[in-house]
Ligand binder design. Structure first.
Ligand code: ES4
Ligand code: ZN
Length: 326
């Protein structure tokens, strides 16, 4: 078969990757030891066993526990560097990395420690790996809009170190409207805007992410198919969806990859991209998402090129650099 070789070798962009979700269990335990942090799991095996998720919240509980071992600038640098090495091996030429500052500042880790550690790894990847890497700061939607606004205040001295903002964490019961004011501020600052919507939440959240937050991309968005008028709008406007198939299966959005709606999303003319979300928790990095999804859905070479091209086009790099890629 030539498709797996093509999927692996194709240059691609990763646009939906939570850096805290790239912490492998072994690394979590090593950092817990190094930093004297105690974990609610006695061993790597116990942590892995706890990773039988039933929904988004059951995952987030473990994800936040895992992130609690991160304390120093070096910790954040090492985490991002580990990921960037793997991205290079998967022929990722550009990545837009999500990070969750509130998870860390709430534990007393200064914002500056988080962003300096991550940014130095991104800059190093550009120099040493030939992978371009940019940061997108995500607000936690289970917290308040005011909390997000205070986080933006803390981030302002580091404005040049990140390219955009996003919205993640528990979706149900936390509509985009909660974050209208902080996103308006971010827009004024010239930041790129994205939001998780339509992963577990209803299509109406995708609509309000577009209309109220004015985002440029939708993270996940797979539930858009429940609203044909919304699908028509997303297709007409070429709004990219950053789909994460292995994540969707692990969080029980679909029973298995064979039942994933990726094919229907593509058939509807949507600008779909494939991404890994939280690779350490969901069973694979970006190429694993491509390989397993293509095998399960029997996708062809045309789909491979379409998805890779979409990922490059949907990225926030300059149009000049895009022209050299595609
Ligand atoms: C996340 Cl899969 C997913 N959904 C929402 N928020 C998240 N944070 C990390 N992974
Ligand atoms: Zn996500």
């Amino acid at each position: 078969e030539r498709i797996p070789a093509l999927l692996q070798a194709m240059p691609k962009a990763e646009l939906h990757l939570h850096i805290e979700g790239s912490l492998e269990p072994e690394r979590i335990f090593a950092l817990a030891q190094r930093n004297g942090v105690s974990l609610p799991y006695p061993s790597v095996e116990a942590l892995r066993a706890a990773c039988a998720f039933t929904d988004l919240q059951s995952f987030l509980d473990i994800y936040y526990a895992g992130a609690s071992v991160l304390l120093t600038e070096q910790d954040f640098h090492d985490m991002a560097w580990d990921y960037l090495i793997k991205a290079q091996a998967d022929h990722v030429v550009h990545v837009e990395v999500f990070f969750d500052p509130q998870t860390h500042t709430a534990r007393g880790v200064p914002f500056e420690v988080v962003i300096r550690g991550l940014k130095s790894a991104c800059d190093r990847a550009e120099r040493e790996l030939g992978v371009s890497a940019a940061l997108i700061m995500c607000f936690l939607r289970h917290l308040s809009g005011d909390d997000a606004s205070r986080t933006l205040d803390e981030a302002l001295p580091f404005r040049e170190m990140f390219i955009g903002v996003g919205l993640d964490s528990s979706e149900r019961g936390h509509p985009p409207e909660k974050f209208a004011r902080v996103f308006a501020r971010c827009r004024e600052l010239g930041l790129h805007l994205v939001a998780h919507a339509g992963e577990e939440g209803p299509p109406a959240y995708i609509e309000s992410a577009l209309d109220v937050l004015r985002v440029e991309r939708i993270d996940h968005g797979v539930r858009c198919l429940e609203d044909p008028a919304l699908v028509a709008r997303l297709a007409r406007d070429g709004v990219p969806l950053t789909v994460c198939p292995l994540s969707n299966v692990k969080l029980c959005v679909f029973p298995d990859l064979a039942h994933h709606n990726l094919k229907a999303l593509l058939a509807a003319g949507l600008k779909v991209t494939l991404n890994s979300d939280d690779p350490a928790y969901f069973g694979g990095y970006i190429n694993q998402n491509y390989l397993d999804t293509f095998a399960a859905l029997k996708l062809d070479v045309v789909a491979a090129y379409t998805l890779a091209r979409n990922s490059l086009e949907a990225s926030f790099v300059s149009e000049a650099r895009k022209a050299a890629w595609v």
